[in-house]
Design a binder for this molecule. Structure first.
Ligand code: PLP
Length: 457
């Protein structure tokens, strides 16, 4: 057997610095805007929501940012993560391509999300914050932040979208195991929640509503701040340990990717893998960088580049991003992490600049690819991750048709062991494809007419 089935680094090879792509962008990011005044918001406007040390990271123009020792100490609980060569999958596909996947599913909560949860908990603690609030959909982010707060001795309150709270209880139990408080959103604990419950007592909730609740709680409580698991610049930067490790691992086997693939919900795991390589691409290296998403929530492939709110209640600043409109209600697909109406401004910008390509996949094709993956490589992927695997399968087949030995690198963002009910639904034929009807898109985009437009250049 060839030695390069699982490429592992030693503990002291965890990257010591994060990569911040901001100074390398061909076009700088446009600033977030205050929705009332239309003016760029400054650091002090965000101070009630985030601690100043993270706000500084959000706007930092330093290319490399040192990772504090206590953060490295906690990341070392599961990092560096293995890079696998997917030999059995290659064989099943009969492809000349070499397929590699970075296994972020080995973290305690089972995804890439604790890479930033750990960093955010640390910086909040350093700033004197005692308690963090957040929202969660299916519970991946809530469980990651619950663990991080627990490891740094912070309190944690998670507003979990009601339908998931009721239907997917296991991540709620994980949050309890790590000592966090988790309530169904909308809740009676905030004004935003009470208002919605008064109007629609049996609402299933949404990520946008939960964000509004978590922010309200943070700005109205002592020594409490809010934490976001994706989208923001500092979150994407914290995830770059993924791509930086991959570079060392692929160097060990003398490979460099021709195609990079990651699924994109808010954009963080994709960015974590891709940004260190996008730097090479900016410097002239040839490679395809592909972000994948569901056809049911096609933010990058069909949403325009606009200024929009991050939440339904329109409480966040306006961010320059691809968006389906903040009123967008996604169809009930099981990839909960890919149902967000917006996209990270950094990822949106790179798509506008042609450095990143976006592709959308139908739900059933993704499950088919996920099952093939499980039956060859063994690991059962999260439904979100399945959207990256669908693209890997497509690229591997293309390589076979072209007779090309290309190197494909995928971010395996998380395992699906808490999502087995979705697999059950797939196996019993209860899942369908939900391509977003043009009419629905038009309706949700009507909600952002009149907002300022960011320049395309
Ligand atoms: C949350 C999640 C995603 C999507 O979020 P990003 O910020 O786009 O990475 C993808 N995969 C898994 C396993 C997740 O938990």
């Amino acid at each position: 057997m060839s030695p390069s089935t699982r490429i592992i680094l030693k503990e002291d090879e965890i990257p010591r610095r994060w990569y911040n792509i901001q100074p390398d962008l061909p076009h700088p990011l446009q600033p977030p805007l205050d929705a009332e005044t239309g003016r760029p918001i400054g650091p002090e406007d965000l101070a009630p929501i985030f601690p100043m040390n993270l706000i500084e990271q959000e706007v930092s123009q330093e290319r490399w940012v040192d990772i504090p020792e206590p953060v490295l100490g906690k990341l070392a609980l599961w990092r560096p993560t293995p890079l696998h060569r997917a030999r059995a999958l290659e064989e099943a596909l009969g492809t000349p391509a070499r397929i590699y996947y970075k296994n972020e599913g080995v973290s305690p909560p089972g995804s890439h999300k604790p890479n930033t949860a750990i960093a955010q908990a640390y910086y909040n603690k350093e700033f004197g914050i005692k308690r963090l609030t957040t929202e969660t959909g299916a519970g991946q982010w809530g469980s990651a932040l619950a663990m991080a707060c627990c490891l740094f001795g912070l309190e944690c309150k998670v507003y979990m979208v009601r339908i998931s709270f009721d239907q997917k209880p296991f991540r709620k139990y994980m949050m309890a195991a790590w000592g966090a408080e988790c309530v169904a959103s909308p809740s009676e604990d905030t004004q935003a929640g009470r208002d919605i419950l008064a109007r629609k007592p049996d609402t299933p909730g949404s990520l946008g509503i939960a964000i509004s609740e978590a922010i309200e709680d943070a700005v109205t409580s002592e020594a409490t701040r809010y934490s976001l698991g994706s989208v923001l610049n500092h979150v994407l930067m914290h995830q770059t340990v993924i791509g930086l490790e991959c570079k060392k691992q692929l160097e060990q086997v003398g490979d460099y990717p021709d195609v990079l693939i990651g699924c994109a919900g808010g954009g963080s795991n994709f960015a974590g893998l891709a940004f260190p390589y996008v730097l090479d691409k900016i410097n002239g290296r040839q490679l395809d960088v592909v972000a994948t998403e569901p056809t049911a929530c096609p933010t990058l492939t069909r949403g325009p580049f606009v200024y929009d709110f991050g939440d339904v209640a329109m409480t966040t600043p306006l961010l320059p991003m691809h968006s389906l409109g903040h009123d967008f209600v996604p169809p009930p697909i099981h990839a909960g992490g890919l149902r967000y109406h917006g996209m990270a401004p950094l990822v949106s910008r790179l798509v506008m600049d042609g450095l990143v390509e976006a592709r959308a996949y139908h739900q059933l094709e993704c499950y088919e690819a996920a099952v093939l993956f499980a039956r060859t490589e063994g690991f059962i992927p999260a439904p979100e991750t399945a959207h990256a695997i669908a693209a890997v399968v497509q690229e591997a087949r293309r390589a076979e048709q072209e007779g090309r030995e290309k190197v494909i690198l995928m971010n395996w963002s998380g395992h699906g062991l808490m999502d087995l009910s979705a697999y059950d639904a797939y196996f019993s034929g209860k899942l369908a494809d939900y391509p977003l009807p043009e009419e629905d898109l038009r309706k949700s985009l009507a909600g952002i007419e009149g907002l300022p437009r960011p320049a395309a250049e």
